[in-house]
Design a protein around this ligand. Structure first.
Ligand code: ADP
Ligand code: MG
Length: 457
């Protein structure tokens, strides 16, 4: 049976995705299975109700499918360590997934929580002062500052979006800090969409949605982080939509962040998506080299650590994924050198960050380089591998080899192989040739630089 259970788990992960699996499904254990009755358990009552409501039907079905005739007729879900409040079960022909969570054991008069409880604690480092502005984030930064400094909402909502680790949460906390400092009486709630959902479900469960509505609708500024989290959660979206409208109608400021633009948010109700785009939409782009370097310089200064400029430049060059990784890389290097009592050098950095550097390298592949370079010089991709030696194709090929050497961690023989099985000396020759040309011909050099930048971001 344990093998079957593992299969059920694998299927659940595939069907519901890694995030839902981690939060709700991974903690489920199969306790017993006998006499056509399976018992599964979870750590808390809240989880029991949630799982019963959303997943038990599917779990039951998968357990049955996997075990054929000998499968369970009923699946019961209990709380481990047993708070005796009765199991919830899915019986044959009964869809527990649509049954409401039981509330009969819920305590009445659930205490109201103040907005300080609801709001996530603010990170003291996430202030405007600590935010380094560059081309990729200047618009989002300016918009956030406007909102923080204004007494009435200059645009509603402010919708910030961008990839992970690019500073969305930082900017939201910075707004909250700024307002808090300027006027401690203004009420700001800042929380993740995930937490908003928890609160809402909790309120439903305790039949206390009035207090829930009140606490959100009486704030001056509401900030919801990572709103993509409520994609596909219809009831939560509905509630969020009403809260949102109530606040905007009263001219209270709403700030939203997400990993995509409003129109690209899948699994969001159309009217909510369009409503989210009514205010100001500001995106944060991938960082460029200059911004990464400024961020590193500022962090290094704060760490009070002697880091050679060469190392900072190296990191800014190599860790291109996002600011969170960049910071993490710097911290690791500093921690390592403090621990082993060695000065920070380029070698130490490369050693310590070996895995991270590889992961960032993998972002540009030789195939991508060949494709971009071929496009740029208007030759066929096949010419990257061909034996043709005409200058018109040989030069682009050399540029591609040069960029492969610069932008990936592949060795010369590896690069040679990718270019139609050429010898490593050919690659070496190409690299030298391009370097030579770059110093002799500035427009050629700019061309190559442009390609490099395009490939890097
Ligand atoms: P997101 O919410 O977009 O995933 P965060 O706001 O959590 O990203 O930022 C990740 C980390 O990078 C945080 O430690 C944050 O302080 C830092 N960071 C991001 N952008 C900047 C910036 N422009 N200047 C300084 N630090 C930044
Ligand atoms: Mg964030």
């Amino acid at each position: 049976m344990s093998a079957d259970w593992q299969q059920v788990r694998d299927k659940l992960r595939a069907e519901f995705g890694a995030a839902a699996f981690k939060s709700w499904l991974a903690p489920i254990e199969l306790d017993s299975f006998a006499d056509a009755r399976a018992v599964i358990s979870v750590p808390t009552r809240f989880m029991r109700d949630w799982v019963a409501r959303h997943y038990l039907g599917r779990i039951t079905q998968l357990l049955r499918d996997g075990t054929g005739d000998s499968g369970p007729r009923t699946v019961e879900i209990i709380v481990r360590g047993g708070v005796a409040s009765g199991p919830v079960s899915a019986q044959e022909g009964f869809a527990a997934a649509s049954a409401p969570a039981p509330t009969r054991n819920a305590p009445r008069g659930n205490p109201r929580r103040s907005h300080e409880d609801v709001s996530a604690p603010l990170d003291p480092r996430f202030t405007f002062d600590n935010f380094i502005v560059g081309k990729s984030n200047e618009f989002a930064y300016a918009a956030a500052r406007r909102v923080a400094e204004a007494q009435t909402a200059p645009f509603n909502p402010l919708f910030l979006y961008g990839g992970v680790g690019l500073g969305k949460t930082h900017l939201m906390h910075a707004i909250a800090w700024h307002i808090h400092k300027a006027d401690p009486n203004r009420r700001v709630i800042s929380l993740s969409a995930e937490k908003f959902m928890y609160q809402f479900i909790r309120a439903l469960r305790f039949q206390d949605t009035m207090a829930f509505k009140e606490q959100f609708r009486s704030v001056d500024v509401l900030m919801i982080d990572d709103v993509q989290f409520i994609s596909g959660r219809e009831t939560t979206q509905e509630e969020f939509f009403h809260t949102f409208n109530a606040l905007v109608d009263q001219n209270r400021q709403v700030v939203i962040s997400a990993d995509k633009s409003p129109s690209d948010l899948e699994g969001m109700e159309e009217r909510l998506r369009s409503r989210l785009g009514w205010g100001l939409v500001a995106d944060i782009h991938q960082t460029d080299y200059e911004l990464r370097l400024s961020i590193l310089q500022s962090k290094a200064e704060k760490l009070g650590s002697q880091i050679p400029p060469k190392v900072l430049e190296f990191l800014a060059h190599k860790i291109t994924s996002n600011v969170r990784e960049l910071e993490g890389a710097l911290n690791r290097v500093v921690a390592h050198s403090t621990l082993v009592g060695r000065d920070i050098s380029l070698e130490v950095t490369q050693e310590v960050l070996h895995d991270l550097l590889r992961a960032n390298d993998r972002r540009v592949t030789i195939e991508e380089i060949q494709k971009r370079v071929a496009e740029h010089f208007n030759v066929r991709i096949a010419d990257m591998h061909s034996a043709r030696r005409a200058r018109a194709v040989a030069r682009p090929r050399q540029v591609a080899m040069y960029l492969a050497k610069q932008l990936t961690s592949r060795s010369l023989p590896e690069i040679g192989r990718k270019f139609g099985g050429r010898d490593h000396t050919t690659v070496m020759h190409a690299v030298r040739k391009v370097e030579e040309l770059r110093s002799a011909d500035s427009s050629f050099s700019e061309d190559v630089e442009l390609l490099r930048r395009m490939l890097e971001t």
